[in-house]
Design a protein around this ligand. Structure first.
Ligand SMILES: Cc1ncc(COP(=O)(O)O)c(C=O)c1O
Length: 444
């Protein structure tokens, strides 16, 4: 009888181990290369083995994360990861990941499943979130935001939802909102949908110039100013306290609401006082857990002056009714048992390592970025244009972005945004090396 090919024999051995439970669901298999070395076969053979196991729906491969044993009792589509990046190496979306995430989720779910009134989580919840969870979140924000009354904190379905709630709840179509000349694209998208006029205000490296804001206020009526003062997206800067105080004075003089976005603020080890602490009567603070724990959770919060609460509750009711209690339960548990603090520390450390790799890989380029963030901004000098560089990278299987999605002015700077928080660290210098070559190719 003809002997079965080597890859099939290896696949069968692994199948048997999986079916007999020797390789438990969730187990991460070695990388293709490590498996090839272990079994003394070619890399292509190892790849065929894993492909065969995927075909049998016994493992799932997640681009950049590895190959995991599936729970065979569950339908094959469960646990399959899907991204929008069309198989490209994604430098556009900032999706930090962590090898410990799977275990963190498993432990969190196990704890949640033994919590008291589990069935209550299947019901509609109060629009602003459950009282004890608002208290837990408010308490956890004390070190960074100062004292936050839990009644003034509303739980949202992520930071993006929080921004949408602000726009739907208190901003009227046609009103003008000041923002940095480079800002978070998700805010631009909400402003466009809600018919808000985004008024660009100059600054340096993402730190708004208070005098420029003052000048804008003198030429037209502004309703609010949107700021990302602690770890700016996309530039990574942290606004100093004097500038914050100056902005508060201008906001008071011209009766502006301050929308403070703290999506990445946890990355800064020594943050200046927040706008909530400096001007609680006119600041709405938005935060979330995407960057500190996981993007897929979709959990966040708004801290707001009391007068806006009814409008915000109405906006939450109209959009999501409530953030899912299963998720808020999971996250507040993680806050209480120290998992969040650990995850924040891990992210900071990981971001710092990645920034160091970025600076070493792009030595002669002009970069802006926070020392702990998993993203950087590359200013292209000498009349260089970003578009051909982005196109060249795409041709090499790398998706990157120019400045356009972030720009609020028509004078768009020529630059690249590199979000590398989700790229396997071992691949990072190779990927960034390709970025460097692409930039050098078009440099004059
Ligand atoms: C500055 C900023 N604000 C808000 C968000 C939205 O985050 P979430 O995933 O919590 O909706 C992001 C996401 O990238 C962001 O960069």
């Amino acid at each position: 009888m003809k002997k079965k090919p080597r890859y099939l024999r290896l696949a069968n051995t692994l199948s048997t181990a999986i079916r007999e439970g020797k390789l438990a669901p969730g187990t991460k298999l070695p990388t293709h290369r490590a498996f090839a070395e272990q079994c003394n076969v070619a890399l292509a053979t190892a790849t065929r083995v894993y492909k065969e196991l995927e075909r049998r729906a016994e493992v799932v491969g997640e681009a950049g994360r590895g190959t995991f044993v599936r729970d065979l009792g569950l339908p094959p589509t469960l646990g399959v990861h899907q991204t929008d990046a069309e198989g490209l190496i994604d430098l556009v979306f900032n999706m930090p990941g962590n090898m410990g995430d799977t275990e963190m989720l498993r432990t969190g779910l196990r704890r949640l499943s033994s919590a008291g009134d589990l069935e209550a989580m299947l019901r509609y919840q109060p629009h602003g979130g459950r009282t004890h969870e608002r208290r837990i979140i408010a308490e956890s924000l004390k070190p960074t935001l100062g004292s936050v009354p839990p009644e003034n904190l509303l739980i949202t379905s992520g930071g993006q939802h929080g921004l949408a709630i602000i726009a739907f709840g208190v901003l009227q179509r046609g009103e003008a909102v000041a923002a940095d000349t480079l800002t978070y694209p998700g805010f631009k998208s909400i402003a466009a949908l809600q018919g808000l006029d985004v008024v660009p205000v100059e600054g340096t490296d993402g730190v708004m110039d208070p005098d420029a804001l003052d000048r804008r206020c003198r030429t037209r009526k502004l309703r609010a100013v949107y700021l990302i003062p602690t770890v700016h997206n996309p530039l990574g800067s942290v606004m100093d306290v004097t500038t914050r105080q100056r902005i508060v004075e201008i906001a008071q003089a011209h009766d502006l609401l301050i929308i403070e976005d703290g999506a990445y603020a946890f990355l800064e080890s020594d943050p200046p006082p927040s706008f909530v602490a400096l001007a609680p009567e006119r600041t709405i603070h938005v935060g979330g857990y995407s960057k500190s724990i996981a993007t897929g959770l979709r959990l966040g919060y708004l801290v707001t002056p009391s007068r806006h609460i009814p409008c915000f509750l109405e906006a939450i009711r109209a959009t999501t009714w409530n953030a899912p209690a299963l998720i808020s339960g999971l996250v507040t548990n993680w806050i209480e048992d120290g998992t969040l603090a650990k995850s924040e520390d891990d992210r900071k450390r990981d971001g710092a390592e990645r920034q160091a790799i970025c600076r070493a890989s792009l030595p002669n380029l002009s970069l802006s970025g926070h020392p702990n963030a998993g993203f950087s901004w590359v200013w292209l000098g000498n009349g260089m244009r970003a578009e051909p560089v982005v196109a060249a990278l795409k041709g090499q299987g790398i998706s990157a972005s120019g400045a356009e999605p972030f720009a609020t002015t028509t004078a768009i700077p020529q630059a690249l945004r590199l979000a590398f928080g989700g790229i396997p660290k071992a691949d990072l210098s190779g990927v960034l090396g390709k970025v460097r070559h692409a930039v050098e190719k078009f440099a004059r």
